[in-house]
Design a protein around this ligand. Structure first.
Ligand code: UD1
Length: 439
């Protein structure tokens, strides 16, 4: 590894704090195109470091997390070209500096996805313990245990994991004590270049994991989902470059479905992955939102909707996505009756409901995993602050449904994961303005 000072020179653009000013109470009407999935794009870009050959990605969302990962990869010595909007080309001939610093990890927890591919390809990496979203403790112990199961030696010192693979990593069984999306992906990426056979169980079933499998197969990896919750990999010595179009974002799709429903609007979503939204669409149907799925379009008509309360439980895929819990809660504020919310995946993902209460919602946070929402409530404009990505998008939804003007501080969090969200809402007739904080 090249000699460089331990304090690092990674200087991502300073965060430009933003606020959104939204005048609510307008029905959304029209159509928007759904972007590529954040949770697929980041992993695909990390997977590109498994080969020295060029990989080309299209339909990559232009979001802050992709831009941060681009900077991290470039600093390691990977070439990342960006020849056109939504197109990224990655060539990682030699990595000069196998170090993923605190600054990167603090901005984006998903930077930890580089552990598996860098370790298996280059034999060593130093990577910061990530912070990321302020939701839950978000530990990475399962990722680290999976690497150790493949023969890695990992020490933790001063906030950094120092990981080494003596020779090649060795394939073997990886049995997760609970389902983890990025843990599954990290293990899978590492196993692709390991010596021998790896079986991951229980493996996450999210569509973005399958998108990663599809890309790895194009690279020549021998990886397959052999049962719904099992992935098997036969390690290869080398992988080749490949092209891939990122799967559409089911979470963005769900967010726009709720936007239409909560404003009693009529919206068509283009390039939308209906097949990946089973549990969510069934909740929407039960609540009284009319949705029809075409080939790659979703039509939502809530102009006549009578919304009913509903109890929801978030779960790993194919259950209801935890990332869609906050938007769904906004809709529950508009439904007749008492709804129970059980957030089973993360602790602390209900805290944001306090901000929703400031907008007039009748919400009780029972404990870290449970809340109740009584509706319908007339939401009103307020000054609110967002602390993480999904809660941020949900406060936008609440503001669209509210009477009066809402000011949302900390709105830059939303750009981490949603491409041009304000422009897309403008296209649908919302009154939304993006301002630098302090204006
Ligand atoms: C991914 C998604 C995130 C989504 C989440 C659950 C990305 C970049 N992010 O996050 O949007 O909300 O899946 O669908 O893909 N856990 C541990 N130890 C670990 C790893 C996880 O205890 O080493 C726990 C977590 O605290 C959580 C649960 O396992 O309670 C599930 O987390 P996980 O599936 O790993 O989420 P991410 O992959 O980080």
């Amino acid at each position: 590894m090249a000699e460089r000072p331990f304090h690092w020179e990674f200087k991502p653009e300073p965060v430009r704090r933003e606020l959104l000013r939204i005048e609510g109470g307008r029905r959304l009407d029209g159509s928007v195109t759904i972007s590529g999935a954040k949770n697929a794009a980041l992993k695909l870009m990390a997977a590109a470091t498994l080969t020295g050959e060029r990989c080309r990605f299209t339909n990559v969302p232009e979001i802050e997390d992709v831009h941060v990962l681009t900077e991290v990869l470039r600093d390691i010595g990977v070439t990342v070209d960006h020849p056109a909007p939504n197109v990224y080309e990655i060539a990682s001939g030699d990595a000069e500096w196998l170090f993923v610093p605190l600054e990167a990890a603090a901005k984006m927890r998903a930077s930890f996805i580089l552990l598996g591919p860098l370790l298996t390809r280059f034999g060593r990496v130093i990577i910061s313990n990530p912070g990321g979203d302020r939701i839950g403790r978000r530990p990475v112990n399962l990722h680290v245990d999976a690497m150790r199961a493949l023969g890695a030696e990992i020490e933790y010192r001063n906030g950094y994991y120092f990981a080494k693979a003596p020779g090649r990593l060795r394939g073997g069984p990886i049995n997760f004590p609970q389902i983890t999306v990025m843990g599954t992906e990290n293990a899978m990426l590492a196993a692709c270049l390991a010596d021998g056979h790896t079986v991951i169980e229980p493996a996450a079933q999210e569509p973005e994991v399958d998108d990663l499998i599809a890309f790895l197969q194009k690279m020549g990896a021998q990886v397959e989902r052999t049962a719904p919750n099992r992935i098997e990999i036969e390690g290869r010595r080398r992988l080749r470059g490949a092209d891939h179009s990122v799967v559409p974002d089911r979470i963005e799709t769900g967010t726009f479905i709720i936007a239409a429903a909560v404003t009693r609007g009529r919206v068509t979503l283009k390039a939308a992955p209906c097949d990946h939204l089973g549990a969510f669409l069934s909740v929407m149907g039960d609540m009284g939102v009319s949705i029809s799925c075409g080939n790659d379009t979703v039509e939502v008509d809530a102009t006549q909707a009578e919304l009913h309360c509903h109890d929801i439980v978030t779960q790993p895929y194919p259950g209801l996505a935890t990332d869609l819990q906050p938007p769904t809660c906004v809709l529950l504020t508009q439904a007749e009756g008492l709804s129970h919310v059980h957030e089973s995946v993360f602790e602390d993902r209900l805290e944001w409901l306090g901000e929703l209460r400031r907008m007039g919602a009748s919400v009780e946070i029972v404990d870290q995993h449970h809340a109740t929402i009584e509706g319908p409530a007339q939401l009103h404009g307020a000054d609110v602050e967002i602390g993480d990505l999904r809660a941020g998008a949900s406060l936008i939804l609440a503001a669209l449904a509210a009477d009066g003007v809402t000011t949302i501080r900390g709105a830059h969090h939303v750009h981490r994961g949603y491409e041009k969200i304000d422009a897309k809402f403008l296209e649908l007739g919302a009154r939304i303005e993006r301002l630098a904080e302090g204006t």
